[in-house]
Design a protein around this ligand. Sequence first.
Ligand code: HEC
Ligand code: HEC
Length: 483
Amino acid sequence: MSEERRFGPKGPAVTRTGQLALAALAVAGLAGAVLVACGGGSGGGGSAVALPPASAPAAAASSPAAAAASTPASTLSLAAQVGQKMFFDKNLSGSGAMSCASCHDPAHAYAPANDLSVQLGGVHMDKAGLRAVPSLRYKDITPAYADLLDNPDGISVPGPGGGFAWDGRADTLAAQARIPLLDPLEMANASSADVVKKLQAADYAPLIAKAFGEKVFDDSDAAFAKALQALQAYQLEDRSFHPYSSKFDLYAANKIGGNLTPAETRGLKVFTNPATGNCASCHYQGAGLNGSSALFTDFSYEAIGVPRNANIPANNDLKYFDMGVCGPLRTDHAPAAPNAANSFCGMFKAPTMRNVATRQAFFHNGVMHSLEQVIRFYNTRDTRPELWYPTVGGTPKEKNDADFPAYGLITTQYTGGKVKKFDDLPPAYVPNIDTQLPMDGRAAGSAPPMSEQDIADLICFLNTLSDADTKPATPVKPGACVN
Ligand code: HEC
Ligand code: HEC
Protein backbone atom coordinates (compact mmCIF):
# COMPACT_ATOMS: atom_id res chain seq x y z
CA MET A 1 0.00 0.00 0.00
CA SER A 2 1.52 3.26 -1.05
CA GLU A 3 2.16 5.98 1.43
CA GLU A 4 -0.35 8.37 -0.08
CA ARG A 5 -3.09 5.91 0.76
CA ARG A 6 -2.39 6.19 4.42
CA PHE A 7 -3.63 9.02 6.40
CA GLY A 8 -4.86 9.65 9.85
CA PRO A 9 -6.98 12.25 11.51
CA LYS A 10 -5.03 15.40 11.87
CA GLY A 11 -7.83 17.00 13.79
CA PRO A 12 -8.60 16.86 17.46
CA ALA A 13 -10.94 14.37 19.03
CA VAL A 14 -14.42 15.02 17.84
CA THR A 15 -17.13 16.19 20.13
CA ARG A 16 -19.97 13.79 20.06
CA THR A 17 -23.23 14.24 21.88
CA GLY A 18 -21.50 16.73 24.08
CA GLN A 19 -18.81 14.35 25.13
CA LEU A 20 -15.35 13.64 23.97
CA ALA A 21 -15.68 10.77 21.61
CA LEU A 22 -12.50 9.73 19.95
CA ALA A 23 -10.01 10.16 17.29
CA ALA A 24 -9.10 6.70 16.30
CA LEU A 25 -6.31 5.61 14.12
CA ALA A 26 -6.54 2.54 12.03
CA VAL A 27 -4.10 1.81 9.30
CA ALA A 28 -5.61 -1.32 7.98
CA GLY A 29 -5.49 -3.31 4.81
CA LEU A 30 -8.58 -1.78 3.38
CA ALA A 31 -8.07 1.83 2.62
CA GLY A 32 -6.01 2.95 5.50
CA ALA A 33 -8.86 5.26 6.20
CA VAL A 34 -9.62 6.62 9.56
CA LEU A 35 -12.87 5.96 11.16
CA VAL A 36 -14.65 7.77 13.84
CA ALA A 37 -17.39 5.97 15.53
CA CYS A 38 -21.01 6.64 15.71
CA GLY A 39 -22.60 4.54 18.35
CA GLY A 40 -26.00 5.77 17.48
CA GLY A 41 -27.71 8.88 18.55
CA SER A 42 -27.79 10.51 21.88
CA GLY A 43 -26.95 7.34 23.70
CA GLY A 44 -23.60 8.68 24.70
CA GLY A 45 -20.05 8.94 23.57
CA GLY A 46 -17.08 6.85 24.36
CA SER A 47 -13.90 7.90 25.99
CA ALA A 48 -10.98 8.90 23.87
CA VAL A 49 -9.44 5.74 22.54
CA ALA A 50 -6.72 5.26 20.03
CA LEU A 51 -6.58 1.99 18.22
CA PRO A 52 -3.20 0.53 17.61
CA PRO A 53 -2.37 0.27 13.95
CA ALA A 54 -3.84 -3.02 12.88
CA SER A 55 -1.25 -5.52 11.83
CA ALA A 56 -3.80 -7.94 10.49
CA PRO A 57 -5.47 -6.63 7.39
CA ALA A 58 -9.09 -5.67 7.65
CA ALA A 59 -11.48 -8.06 6.04
CA ALA A 60 -11.17 -7.34 2.37
CA ALA A 61 -14.15 -6.44 0.30
CA SER A 62 -15.32 -9.18 -2.04
CA SER A 63 -13.36 -8.97 -5.21
CA PRO A 64 -14.78 -6.40 -7.55
CA ALA A 65 -16.81 -7.94 -10.27
CA ALA A 66 -16.08 -6.82 -13.78
CA ALA A 67 -19.62 -5.59 -13.91
CA ALA A 68 -22.71 -6.14 -11.88
CA ALA A 69 -23.74 -9.11 -13.92
CA SER A 70 -26.38 -11.24 -12.35
CA THR A 71 -25.38 -14.66 -11.17
CA PRO A 72 -26.34 -17.19 -13.84
CA ALA A 73 -29.74 -18.56 -12.79
CA SER A 74 -28.42 -22.09 -13.01
CA THR A 75 -26.00 -21.48 -10.17
CA LEU A 76 -28.65 -20.04 -7.88
CA SER A 77 -30.29 -22.39 -5.42
CA LEU A 78 -33.78 -23.49 -6.39
CA ALA A 79 -35.21 -21.22 -3.70
CA ALA A 80 -33.31 -18.26 -5.13
CA GLN A 81 -34.52 -19.13 -8.62
CA VAL A 82 -38.07 -18.94 -7.29
CA GLY A 83 -37.23 -15.63 -5.64
CA GLN A 84 -35.93 -14.28 -8.93
CA LYS A 85 -39.17 -15.17 -10.71
CA MET A 86 -41.18 -13.59 -7.91
CA PHE A 87 -39.09 -10.42 -7.84
CA PHE A 88 -40.10 -9.57 -11.40
CA ASP A 89 -43.66 -10.98 -11.31
CA LYS A 90 -46.24 -8.19 -11.63
CA ASN A 91 -49.05 -10.65 -11.05
CA LEU A 92 -48.02 -10.71 -7.40
CA SER A 93 -49.82 -7.42 -6.79
CA GLY A 94 -53.38 -6.25 -6.30
CA SER A 95 -53.06 -4.09 -9.41
CA GLY A 96 -51.40 -6.73 -11.56
CA ALA A 97 -49.04 -3.93 -12.57
CA MET A 98 -46.40 -3.91 -9.86
CA SER A 99 -43.49 -6.17 -8.95
CA CYS A 100 -40.63 -5.68 -6.53
CA ALA A 101 -38.61 -4.46 -9.51
CA SER A 102 -41.10 -1.66 -10.19
CA CYS A 103 -39.69 0.16 -7.19
CA HIS A 104 -36.36 -1.65 -6.93
CA ASP A 105 -35.14 -1.44 -10.52
CA PRO A 106 -32.03 -3.55 -11.20
CA ALA A 107 -30.92 -0.96 -13.75
CA HIS A 108 -30.83 1.64 -10.95
CA ALA A 109 -28.98 -0.31 -8.27
CA TYR A 110 -32.36 -1.69 -7.18
CA ALA A 111 -33.73 1.78 -6.45
CA PRO A 112 -36.48 3.56 -8.41
CA ALA A 113 -35.90 4.69 -11.97
CA ASN A 114 -37.73 7.97 -11.31
CA ASP A 115 -37.06 10.85 -8.93
CA LEU A 116 -40.32 10.76 -6.97
CA SER A 117 -39.97 11.23 -3.22
CA VAL A 118 -42.33 8.31 -2.71
CA GLN A 119 -43.71 5.83 -5.23
CA LEU A 120 -47.29 5.18 -6.33
CA GLY A 121 -48.84 1.78 -5.71
CA GLY A 122 -52.02 0.17 -4.47
CA VAL A 123 -54.80 -1.67 -6.27
CA HIS A 124 -55.23 1.21 -8.73
CA MET A 125 -51.61 2.35 -8.72
CA ASP A 126 -52.67 5.74 -7.43
CA LYS A 127 -51.72 5.59 -3.75
CA ALA A 128 -48.58 7.45 -2.68
CA GLY A 129 -46.26 5.65 -0.30
CA LEU A 130 -44.87 7.03 2.93
CA ARG A 131 -41.13 6.71 2.43
CA ALA A 132 -38.42 6.91 -0.20
CA VAL A 133 -37.36 3.58 -1.68
CA PRO A 134 -33.90 2.44 -0.64
CA SER A 135 -31.51 0.60 -2.91
CA LEU A 136 -31.44 -3.14 -2.22
CA ARG A 137 -27.71 -3.38 -2.78
CA TYR A 138 -25.37 -4.36 0.05
CA LYS A 139 -28.13 -5.32 2.45
CA ASP A 140 -26.97 -8.92 2.81
CA ILE A 141 -24.76 -8.26 5.83
CA THR A 142 -27.37 -6.30 7.79
CA PRO A 143 -27.86 -7.79 11.26
CA ALA A 144 -31.24 -7.94 12.98
CA TYR A 145 -32.26 -4.81 14.85
CA ALA A 146 -31.16 -4.43 18.47
CA ASP A 147 -31.51 -1.49 20.86
CA LEU A 148 -27.91 -2.10 21.86
CA LEU A 149 -26.18 -3.35 18.76
CA ASP A 150 -22.42 -3.53 19.01
CA ASN A 151 -20.98 -0.88 16.76
CA PRO A 152 -18.88 -2.41 13.99
CA ASP A 153 -16.15 0.15 14.61
CA GLY A 154 -15.38 -1.63 17.87
CA ILE A 155 -15.11 1.65 19.74
CA SER A 156 -18.48 3.31 19.97
CA VAL A 157 -20.85 2.36 22.72
CA PRO A 158 -23.62 0.04 21.54
CA GLY A 159 -26.79 1.73 20.36
CA PRO A 160 -29.85 1.19 18.20
CA GLY A 161 -28.72 -0.55 15.04
CA GLY A 162 -29.44 -3.19 12.44
CA GLY A 163 -32.65 -4.31 10.80
CA PHE A 164 -34.32 -3.61 7.47
CA ALA A 165 -36.36 -0.59 6.36
CA TRP A 166 -35.63 2.96 7.47
CA ASP A 167 -36.80 2.06 10.97
CA GLY A 168 -35.32 -1.43 11.27
CA ARG A 169 -38.68 -3.06 11.87
CA ALA A 170 -37.93 -6.19 9.81
CA ASP A 171 -35.28 -8.54 11.17
CA THR A 172 -34.57 -10.42 7.96
CA LEU A 173 -34.93 -9.93 4.23
CA ALA A 174 -37.70 -12.54 4.35
CA ALA A 175 -39.62 -10.60 7.00
CA GLN A 176 -39.12 -7.42 4.98
CA ALA A 177 -40.62 -8.96 1.83
CA ARG A 178 -43.95 -9.47 3.58
CA ILE A 179 -44.37 -5.70 4.00
CA PRO A 180 -44.63 -4.55 0.34
CA LEU A 181 -46.61 -7.64 -0.72
CA LEU A 182 -49.40 -6.83 1.74
CA ASP A 183 -49.12 -3.03 2.06
CA PRO A 184 -52.26 -1.42 0.56
CA LEU A 185 -50.06 1.47 -0.66
CA GLU A 186 -47.62 -0.86 -2.40
CA MET A 187 -48.29 -4.28 -3.92
CA ALA A 188 -51.64 -4.39 -2.14
CA ASN A 189 -52.41 -8.10 -2.18
CA ALA A 190 -55.54 -8.82 -0.15
CA SER A 191 -53.83 -11.40 2.07
CA SER A 192 -50.98 -13.84 2.23
CA ALA A 193 -53.38 -16.53 0.98
CA ASP A 194 -54.07 -14.29 -2.00
CA VAL A 195 -50.32 -14.21 -2.79
CA VAL A 196 -50.07 -17.99 -2.47
CA LYS A 197 -53.02 -18.45 -4.85
CA LYS A 198 -51.22 -16.33 -7.41
CA LEU A 199 -48.05 -18.35 -6.96
CA GLN A 200 -49.96 -21.58 -7.40
CA ALA A 201 -51.28 -20.27 -10.71
CA ALA A 202 -47.92 -18.91 -11.87
CA ASP A 203 -46.08 -20.56 -14.73
CA TYR A 204 -43.20 -21.15 -12.32
CA ALA A 205 -45.37 -23.10 -9.86
CA PRO A 206 -43.53 -26.31 -10.87
CA LEU A 207 -40.25 -24.66 -9.88
CA ILE A 208 -41.78 -23.79 -6.51
CA ALA A 209 -42.79 -27.42 -6.04
CA LYS A 210 -39.34 -28.54 -7.04
CA ALA A 211 -37.73 -26.13 -4.58
CA PHE A 212 -40.03 -26.66 -1.62
CA GLY A 213 -41.70 -30.03 -2.20
CA GLU A 214 -44.81 -31.21 -3.98
CA LYS A 215 -46.97 -30.51 -0.93
CA VAL A 216 -45.83 -26.91 -0.63
CA PHE A 217 -49.22 -25.45 -1.50
CA ASP A 218 -51.16 -27.63 0.97
CA ASP A 219 -50.62 -25.18 3.81
CA SER A 220 -51.05 -21.60 2.69
CA ASP A 221 -49.22 -20.04 5.65
CA ALA A 222 -46.25 -22.35 5.22
CA ALA A 223 -46.22 -21.69 1.48
CA PHE A 224 -46.19 -17.92 2.07
CA ALA A 225 -43.27 -18.29 4.47
CA LYS A 226 -41.38 -20.27 1.81
CA ALA A 227 -42.13 -17.58 -0.74
CA LEU A 228 -40.64 -14.93 1.53
CA GLN A 229 -37.58 -17.13 2.03
CA ALA A 230 -37.28 -17.44 -1.73
CA LEU A 231 -37.14 -13.67 -2.12
CA GLN A 232 -34.52 -13.52 0.60
CA ALA A 233 -32.44 -16.27 -1.01
CA TYR A 234 -32.48 -14.41 -4.32
CA GLN A 235 -31.26 -11.18 -2.75
CA LEU A 236 -28.57 -13.00 -0.80
CA GLU A 237 -27.28 -15.17 -3.61
CA ASP A 238 -27.50 -13.09 -6.74
CA ARG A 239 -24.33 -11.13 -7.19
CA SER A 240 -26.14 -8.18 -8.74
CA PHE A 241 -27.27 -7.29 -5.20
CA HIS A 242 -23.67 -6.97 -4.05
CA PRO A 243 -21.36 -6.64 -7.02
CA TYR A 244 -18.53 -4.70 -5.33
CA SER A 245 -17.66 -3.28 -8.73
CA SER A 246 -17.09 0.37 -7.83
CA LYS A 247 -13.92 2.34 -8.35
CA PHE A 248 -13.58 2.42 -4.58
CA ASP A 249 -13.48 -1.40 -4.55
CA LEU A 250 -10.62 -1.34 -7.03
CA TYR A 251 -8.90 1.23 -4.84
CA ALA A 252 -9.46 -0.79 -1.67
CA ALA A 253 -8.14 -3.92 -3.33
CA ASN A 254 -5.18 -2.07 -4.82
CA LYS A 255 -6.25 -3.00 -8.34
CA ILE A 256 -5.71 -1.36 -11.70
CA GLY A 257 -8.26 1.40 -12.21
CA GLY A 258 -8.35 2.07 -8.50
CA ASN A 259 -6.17 5.14 -8.34
CA LEU A 260 -8.18 7.88 -6.75
CA THR A 261 -7.61 11.28 -8.29
CA PRO A 262 -6.38 14.09 -6.05
CA ALA A 263 -9.95 15.43 -5.81
CA GLU A 264 -11.33 12.02 -4.84
CA THR A 265 -8.55 11.51 -2.31
CA ARG A 266 -9.32 14.85 -0.71
CA GLY A 267 -13.00 13.90 -0.72
CA LEU A 268 -12.24 10.68 1.16
CA LYS A 269 -10.40 12.75 3.73
CA VAL A 270 -13.38 15.06 4.15
CA PHE A 271 -15.54 11.96 4.51
CA THR A 272 -13.44 10.58 7.33
CA ASN A 273 -12.13 13.77 8.92
CA PRO A 274 -13.75 14.13 12.36
CA ALA A 275 -13.24 17.90 12.19
CA THR A 276 -15.03 18.55 8.88
CA GLY A 277 -17.32 16.04 7.10
CA ASN A 278 -17.14 13.32 9.71
CA CYS A 279 -19.40 11.23 7.48
CA ALA A 280 -17.58 7.99 8.31
CA SER A 281 -18.69 8.40 11.88
CA CYS A 282 -22.07 6.98 10.86
CA HIS A 283 -21.54 5.90 7.25
CA TYR A 284 -18.72 3.72 8.50
CA GLN A 285 -16.48 2.20 5.87
CA GLY A 286 -14.11 0.04 7.87
CA ALA A 287 -14.18 -3.65 8.65
CA GLY A 288 -17.75 -4.27 9.65
CA LEU A 289 -19.90 -7.01 11.08
CA ASN A 290 -19.80 -10.61 9.88
CA GLY A 291 -16.54 -10.20 8.04
CA SER A 292 -17.89 -7.40 5.88
CA SER A 293 -15.96 -4.36 4.90
CA ALA A 294 -16.56 -0.95 3.44
CA LEU A 295 -20.34 -1.01 3.61
CA PHE A 296 -20.38 2.70 4.40
CA THR A 297 -22.88 2.23 7.19
CA ASP A 298 -22.57 1.15 10.79
CA PHE A 299 -26.28 0.18 10.71
CA SER A 300 -26.93 2.74 13.44
CA TYR A 301 -29.92 5.02 13.92
CA GLU A 302 -29.82 8.73 14.56
CA ALA A 303 -32.20 11.66 14.50
CA ILE A 304 -30.73 14.27 12.17
CA GLY A 305 -33.79 16.46 11.69
CA VAL A 306 -34.56 15.93 8.02
CA PRO A 307 -37.15 18.57 7.00
CA ARG A 308 -40.78 17.62 6.51
CA ASN A 309 -41.78 16.73 2.96
CA ALA A 310 -45.04 18.42 1.98
CA ASN A 311 -45.16 16.26 -1.16
CA ILE A 312 -46.04 13.18 0.86
CA PRO A 313 -49.87 13.15 1.07
CA ALA A 314 -49.80 11.61 4.58
CA ASN A 315 -48.11 14.82 5.74
CA ASN A 316 -51.23 16.84 4.87
CA ASP A 317 -52.36 15.70 8.29
CA LEU A 318 -50.36 18.09 10.44
CA LYS A 319 -50.64 15.70 13.37
CA TYR A 320 -48.92 12.91 11.41
CA PHE A 321 -45.20 12.52 12.06
CA ASP A 322 -43.03 9.74 10.68
CA MET A 323 -40.69 9.31 13.63
CA GLY A 324 -38.79 6.23 12.48
CA VAL A 325 -37.87 3.80 15.22
CA CYS A 326 -40.61 5.06 17.59
CA GLY A 327 -43.33 4.76 14.97
CA PRO A 328 -45.93 4.88 13.70
CA LEU A 329 -44.94 2.30 11.04
CA ARG A 330 -42.91 0.53 13.67
CA THR A 331 -44.91 -0.23 16.79
CA ASP A 332 -42.62 -1.79 19.39
CA HIS A 333 -40.87 1.42 20.52
CA ALA A 334 -43.85 3.75 20.62
CA PRO A 335 -44.05 6.45 23.29
CA ALA A 336 -46.18 5.44 26.29
CA ALA A 337 -48.39 8.47 25.63
CA PRO A 338 -48.28 11.14 22.94
CA ASN A 339 -45.12 13.22 23.47
CA ALA A 340 -43.99 11.08 26.42
CA ALA A 341 -40.22 10.95 26.67
CA ASN A 342 -38.80 8.45 24.18
CA SER A 343 -35.24 8.49 22.92
CA PHE A 344 -36.11 6.56 19.74
CA CYS A 345 -38.34 9.22 18.21
CA GLY A 346 -36.89 10.77 15.08
CA MET A 347 -34.25 8.09 14.55
CA PHE A 348 -33.72 6.64 11.10
CA LYS A 349 -31.10 4.28 9.78
CA ALA A 350 -27.85 5.71 8.49
CA PRO A 351 -27.95 4.07 5.06
CA THR A 352 -25.05 2.82 3.00
CA MET A 353 -23.28 5.38 0.82
CA ARG A 354 -22.65 2.80 -1.89
CA ASN A 355 -24.37 3.95 -5.11
CA VAL A 356 -25.57 7.10 -3.36
CA ALA A 357 -24.57 9.20 -6.38
CA THR A 358 -27.10 7.23 -8.45
CA ARG A 359 -30.00 8.13 -6.16
CA GLN A 360 -32.66 10.64 -7.11
CA ALA A 361 -34.54 11.01 -3.82
CA PHE A 362 -32.70 11.22 -0.52
CA PHE A 363 -33.46 10.57 3.14
CA HIS A 364 -36.36 8.54 4.53
CA ASN A 365 -38.92 10.95 3.13
CA GLY A 366 -37.21 11.67 -0.18
CA VAL A 367 -37.36 15.40 0.51
CA MET A 368 -34.06 16.11 -1.24
CA HIS A 369 -33.23 15.36 -4.83
CA SER A 370 -29.53 15.81 -5.32
CA LEU A 371 -26.42 14.70 -3.53
CA GLU A 372 -25.16 18.26 -3.50
CA GLN A 373 -28.33 19.41 -1.76
CA VAL A 374 -27.92 16.70 0.88
CA ILE A 375 -24.33 17.68 1.57
CA ARG A 376 -25.27 21.35 1.76
CA PHE A 377 -27.99 20.43 4.24
CA TYR A 378 -25.39 18.71 6.42
CA ASN A 379 -23.20 21.77 6.14
CA THR A 380 -25.77 24.50 6.81
CA ARG A 381 -28.68 22.94 8.71
CA ASP A 382 -27.50 24.81 11.79
CA THR A 383 -25.72 27.80 10.27
CA ARG A 384 -28.49 28.69 7.79
CA PRO A 385 -31.64 26.88 8.96
CA GLU A 386 -33.80 29.31 6.94
CA LEU A 387 -32.69 27.44 3.80
CA TRP A 388 -34.17 24.16 5.02
CA TYR A 389 -37.10 24.87 7.33
CA PRO A 390 -40.10 27.19 6.95
CA THR A 391 -40.07 30.68 8.43
CA VAL A 392 -43.23 31.59 10.31
CA GLY A 393 -44.47 35.11 10.88
CA GLY A 394 -42.00 36.79 8.54
CA THR A 395 -42.52 38.90 5.44
CA PRO A 396 -41.33 37.41 2.17
CA LYS A 397 -38.87 39.67 0.39
CA GLU A 398 -39.93 40.83 -3.03
CA LYS A 399 -36.60 39.77 -4.36
CA ASN A 400 -34.02 37.56 -2.65
CA ASP A 401 -30.69 39.15 -1.84
CA ALA A 402 -28.11 38.37 -4.50
CA ASP A 403 -26.19 36.14 -2.08
CA PHE A 404 -29.22 34.10 -0.96
CA PRO A 405 -28.36 30.56 -2.04
CA ALA A 406 -30.61 28.71 -4.45
CA TYR A 407 -29.68 25.22 -3.26
CA GLY A 408 -31.92 25.04 -0.21
CA LEU A 409 -35.42 23.61 0.07
CA ILE A 410 -36.71 27.09 0.88
CA THR A 411 -36.18 29.49 -1.96
CA THR A 412 -37.94 32.54 -0.58
CA GLN A 413 -36.09 34.92 1.70
CA TYR A 414 -37.91 36.51 4.62
CA THR A 415 -37.47 39.53 6.80
CA GLY A 416 -38.37 38.91 10.41
CA GLY A 417 -40.22 35.82 11.54
CA LYS A 418 -38.89 32.70 13.15
CA VAL A 419 -37.43 29.65 11.49
CA LYS A 420 -39.32 26.53 12.52
CA LYS A 421 -36.30 24.27 12.81
CA PHE A 422 -36.86 20.50 12.93
CA ASP A 423 -40.36 20.90 11.52
CA ASP A 424 -40.87 17.15 11.09
CA LEU A 425 -40.46 16.23 14.74
CA PRO A 426 -42.78 17.11 17.63
CA PRO A 427 -40.94 19.60 19.90
CA ALA A 428 -40.82 17.03 22.70
CA TYR A 429 -38.35 15.01 20.66
CA VAL A 430 -36.02 17.73 19.44
CA PRO A 431 -33.56 16.82 22.23
CA ASN A 432 -33.07 13.49 20.42
CA ILE A 433 -31.32 15.27 17.57
CA ASP A 434 -27.74 14.03 17.25
CA THR A 435 -25.09 16.65 17.92
CA GLN A 436 -21.98 15.38 16.25
CA LEU A 437 -20.25 17.00 13.33
CA PRO A 438 -20.99 18.05 10.71
CA MET A 439 -24.25 19.04 12.46
CA ASP A 440 -23.07 19.96 15.91
CA GLY A 441 -25.75 22.50 16.69
CA ARG A 442 -23.52 25.52 16.11
CA ALA A 443 -25.20 28.92 16.08
CA ALA A 444 -27.02 30.32 13.06
CA GLY A 445 -24.75 32.70 11.22
CA SER A 446 -21.53 30.97 12.21
CA ALA A 447 -19.16 29.40 9.71
CA PRO A 448 -20.12 25.93 8.44
CA PRO A 449 -17.73 23.01 8.93
CA MET A 450 -17.04 22.30 5.25
CA SER A 451 -15.61 24.65 2.64
CA GLU A 452 -16.81 24.88 -0.96
CA GLN A 453 -13.75 22.85 -1.94
CA ASP A 454 -14.59 20.22 0.68
CA ILE A 455 -18.11 19.87 -0.74
CA ALA A 456 -16.89 19.53 -4.32
CA ASP A 457 -14.28 16.96 -3.29
CA LEU A 458 -16.78 14.99 -1.20
CA ILE A 459 -19.10 14.69 -4.21
CA CYS A 460 -16.16 13.42 -6.27
CA PHE A 461 -15.36 10.82 -3.66
CA LEU A 462 -18.97 9.66 -3.26
CA ASN A 463 -19.08 9.07 -7.00
CA THR A 464 -16.34 6.47 -6.61
CA LEU A 465 -18.81 4.35 -4.62
CA SER A 466 -21.03 3.70 -7.63
CA ASP A 467 -20.99 0.21 -9.08
CA ALA A 468 -19.72 -0.24 -12.61
CA ASP A 469 -23.19 -0.84 -14.09
CA THR A 470 -24.74 2.36 -12.74
CA LYS A 471 -25.12 5.89 -14.01
CA PRO A 472 -24.72 8.96 -11.81
CA ALA A 473 -27.95 10.90 -11.23
CA THR A 474 -25.98 14.11 -11.80
CA PRO A 475 -22.93 13.42 -13.95
CA VAL A 476 -19.82 15.16 -12.67
CA LYS A 477 -18.65 17.85 -15.03
CA PRO A 478 -15.77 16.72 -17.22
CA GLY A 479 -12.53 17.42 -15.43
CA ALA A 480 -14.25 18.39 -12.17
CA CYS A 481 -12.91 15.44 -10.18
CA VAL A 482 -9.42 15.26 -11.61
CA ASN A 483 -7.20 17.63 -9.71
C1 HEC B 1 -44.22 0.58 -4.10
C2 HEC B 1 -42.77 0.50 -4.07
C3 HEC B 1 -42.15 -0.77 -3.51
C4 HEC B 1 -42.32 -2.06 -3.94
C5 HEC B 1 -43.21 -2.58 -5.04
C6 HEC B 1 -41.42 -2.86 -3.14
N1 HEC B 1 -40.72 -2.07 -2.27
FE1 HEC B 1 -39.21 -2.66 -1.08
N2 HEC B 1 -39.17 -0.82 -0.24
C7 HEC B 1 -39.99 0.23 -0.57
C8 HEC B 1 -39.89 1.27 0.43
C9 HEC B 1 -40.65 2.60 0.43
C10 HEC B 1 -38.99 0.80 1.40
C11 HEC B 1 -38.63 1.49 2.72
C12 HEC B 1 -39.69 1.00 3.70
C13 HEC B 1 -39.65 1.60 5.08
O1 HEC B 1 -38.64 2.16 5.49
O2 HEC B 1 -40.67 1.49 5.79
C14 HEC B 1 -38.55 -0.51 0.94
C15 HEC B 1 -37.62 -1.29 1.62
C16 HEC B 1 -37.23 -2.55 1.20
C17 HEC B 1 -36.18 -3.31 1.82
C18 HEC B 1 -35.31 -2.85 2.99
C19 HEC B 1 -34.06 -2.18 2.49
C20 HEC B 1 -33.28 -1.52 3.58
O3 HEC B 1 -32.55 -0.58 3.27
O4 HEC B 1 -33.39 -1.91 4.75
C21 HEC B 1 -36.11 -4.51 1.18
C22 HEC B 1 -35.16 -5.63 1.45
C23 HEC B 1 -37.17 -4.50 0.17
N3 HEC B 1 -37.79 -3.28 0.20
C24 HEC B 1 -37.46 -5.56 -0.65
C25 HEC B 1 -38.58 -5.59 -1.47
C26 HEC B 1 -39.08 -6.80 -2.10
C27 HEC B 1 -38.46 -8.17 -2.00
C28 HEC B 1 -40.18 -6.43 -2.81
C29 HEC B 1 -41.14 -7.30 -3.57
C30 HEC B 1 -41.79 -8.35 -2.78
C31 HEC B 1 -40.34 -4.99 -2.63
N4 HEC B 1 -39.37 -4.53 -1.80
C32 HEC B 1 -41.32 -4.24 -3.25
C33 HEC B 1 -40.78 0.30 -1.70
C34 HEC B 1 -41.17 -0.80 -2.45
C1 HEC C 1 -24.73 11.33 13.11
C2 HEC C 1 -24.64 10.32 12.10
C3 HEC C 1 -24.44 10.80 10.67
C4 HEC C 1 -23.41 11.56 10.17
C5 HEC C 1 -22.24 12.14 10.91
C6 HEC C 1 -23.66 11.66 8.76
N1 HEC C 1 -24.81 11.01 8.42
FE1 HEC C 1 -25.62 10.83 6.59
N2 HEC C 1 -27.24 9.92 7.36
C7 HEC C 1 -27.43 9.63 8.69
C8 HEC C 1 -28.78 9.21 8.91
C9 HEC C 1 -29.38 8.79 10.24
C10 HEC C 1 -29.41 9.26 7.66
C11 HEC C 1 -30.89 8.98 7.39
C12 HEC C 1 -31.68 10.16 7.91
C13 HEC C 1 -33.12 10.19 7.52
O1 HEC C 1 -33.47 9.72 6.45
O2 HEC C 1 -33.91 10.74 8.32
C14 HEC C 1 -28.42 9.70 6.70
C15 HEC C 1 -28.63 9.83 5.34
C16 HEC C 1 -27.69 10.27 4.43
C17 HEC C 1 -27.90 10.36 3.00
C18 HEC C 1 -29.15 9.95 2.24
C19 HEC C 1 -28.93 8.58 1.63
C20 HEC C 1 -30.14 7.99 0.98
O3 HEC C 1 -30.01 6.88 0.45
O4 HEC C 1 -31.21 8.59 1.00
C21 HEC C 1 -26.73 10.84 2.46
C22 HEC C 1 -26.45 11.11 0.99
C23 HEC C 1 -25.82 11.07 3.55
N3 HEC C 1 -26.43 10.70 4.72
C24 HEC C 1 -24.54 11.56 3.39
C25 HEC C 1 -23.74 11.95 4.46
C26 HEC C 1 -22.51 12.68 4.30
C27 HEC C 1 -21.90 13.06 2.97
C28 HEC C 1 -22.05 12.94 5.55
C29 HEC C 1 -20.83 13.77 5.93
C30 HEC C 1 -20.83 15.12 5.42
C31 HEC C 1 -22.98 12.34 6.49
N4 HEC C 1 -23.99 11.75 5.79
C32 HEC C 1 -22.84 12.36 7.87
C33 HEC C 1 -26.49 9.75 9.68
C34 HEC C 1 -25.32 10.48 9.57
